[in-house]
Design a protein around this ligand. Structure first.
Ligand SMILES: Cc1cc2nc3c(=O)[nH]c(=O)nc-3n(C[C@H](O)[C@H](O)[C@H](O)COP(=O)(O)OP(=O)(O)OC[C@H]3O[C@@H](n4cnc5c(N)ncnc54)[C@H](O)[C@@H]3O)c2cc1C
Length: 372
């Protein structure tokens, strides 16, 4: 007798684990997660755990809208995970500062202020002195900063662990070291998922395989433009880094966690499947950290890491039914925002699989956009 499942989730990253936790919360049985390596291998290095609203920030930008909806769900998700698993994911409203070093950076940030104000009227520009008062550890060489009070952080490794634990406690089976190598098709349905050692009959299949989702979709006859966007991050440790807000300068950021970890991220390198950090990546990050908070010169260097973010050709997540199939779904392409977007992704995918209409319009994220 072959194994069977009501839903097989391919990939045990943060997205796959969030999905499994949501399915069991809704009472689904026979939920399986197949992970070829270890659960949360990529997101668990996202030490900063930034819940930063992506996109332009404008209220009518679909990616910003998705991020805002997900951020709004975090308090309830964190409370629910704590109740189901006892794990505290350390959700904190830290606020963020977008720093300006040059006059051009200041002009660009000031120009963006009305967009942020439309989201939260408390967003404001801080001049050099105001910035020093709020965050005295930041270098006095910065001209000022845009304050975004609504930004949050979470402990990403713990969030993945909590989703996985909630799923397992709810009856889901999570297998590590199990690679999906193919699918058994019957017309518009996938009848079974094939691993190196078994065949698992499935009512529904969700591909949540991160940067490898495109390759799996290709096996299903629909190549999707999804690949890796490598990100490097360094982890420092300091008990003296008194920085409360997330500090950004462009794509680079610095976040101090409760345990003294200073997460400094992150580079963006397209189409690199190599998870080894490079000298250039580390140099860029430590230079940024030292220039931004000079006292970090005394911080202990803990490690350098690299992870592969799933990146789609238009930079938007890919959420929905795979064209040509009745029972195959995809949840990928979350790029820099997979931690933030994990709750909303789980919610909308579970709605779709249950035949419900999600509360958000998913048209911009429809996988069919690449088939057209
Ligand atoms: C340095 C860095 C910092 C980041 N910081 C943040 C942050 O602060 N905030 C934020 O919101 N996001 C952040 N991100 C982004 C976030 O980590 C990703 O968007 C997220 O991890 C994507 O989750 P995923 O589950 O889609 O993919 P992954 O985490 O990559 O999981 C996919 C899983 O599928 C498995 N898999 C692949 N193929 C198969 C197969 N054939 N069979 C079985 N399993 C398979 C893989 O082994 C993998 O574990 C960061 C990323 C990096 C690299």
């Amino acid at each position: 007798m072959p194994e069977r499942a009501s839903v097989v989730i391919v990939g045990g990253g943060i997205v796959g684990c969030a999905l499994a936790a949501e399915f069991v919360r809704r009472g689904w049985r026979e939920v399986r997660v197949l992970e070829r390596a270890t659960v949360g291998g990529q997101a668990s290095i996202a030490y900063a755990g930034l819940l930063a609203v992506p996109g332009s920030g404008a209220l009518d930008d679909p990616l910003s809208e998705l991020g805002t909806a997900s951020l709004a769900r975090f308090p309830a998700v964190a409370a629910d995970l704590r109740e189901r698993t006892g794990i505290d994911v350390e959700l904190r409203r830290t606020g963020a500062l977008l720093l300006a070093f040059t006059a051009d950076e200041e002009t660009a940030l000031r120009a963006a202020l009305p967009v942020f104000r439309a989201r939260d009227a408390a967003c404001c520009w801080l001049d050099r002195d105001e910035l020093r008062q709020l965050e005295p550890a930041v270098s006095p060489l910065f001209r000022g900063a845009l304050l975004l009070p609504y930004e949050h952080q979470v402990l990403a490794p713990r969030l993945v662990e909590a989703f996985a634990r909630a799923a397992a406690l709810g009856g889901a089976r999570i297998d590590e070291g199990v690679e999906v190598i193919g699918f058994e098709r019957a017309g518009a349905r996938v009848r079974a998922v094939v691993t190196r050692s078994e065949r698992i009959a499935a009512d529904q299949v969700v591909v949540a395989a991160g940067a490898w989702s495109g390759a799996l979709a290709a096996q299903l006859g629909l190549p999707l433009p999804l690949g890796p966007l490598r990100g490097q991050l360094v982890r420092l440790h300091s008990w003296d880094a008194r920085v409360r807000h997330t500090l950004y300068r462009g794509d680079l950021y610095l976040a101090v966690k409760a345990d003294g970890t200073v997460a400094v991220g992150s580079t963006e390198e397209l189409a690199v499947y190599d998870r080894r950090p490079t000298l250039e990546g580390v140099r860029q990050l430590v230079t940024f950290a030292h220039e931004t908070v000079p006292a970090l010169g005394q911080a202990v260097f803990r490690e350098a890491l690299a992870g592969l973010r799933p990146w789609s050709a238009d930079g938007l997540p890919v959420l929905g039914r795979l064209p040509g199939y009745d029972n195959v779904w995809i949840a990928s392409g979350h790029a820099r925002n997979g931690v933030l977007l994990s709750p909303i992704t789980a919610e909308v995918l579970a709605d779709l699989l249950e035949g419900k209409t999600p509360t958000l319009d998913l048209t911009p994220f429809d996988p069919a956009r690449f088939a057209r």
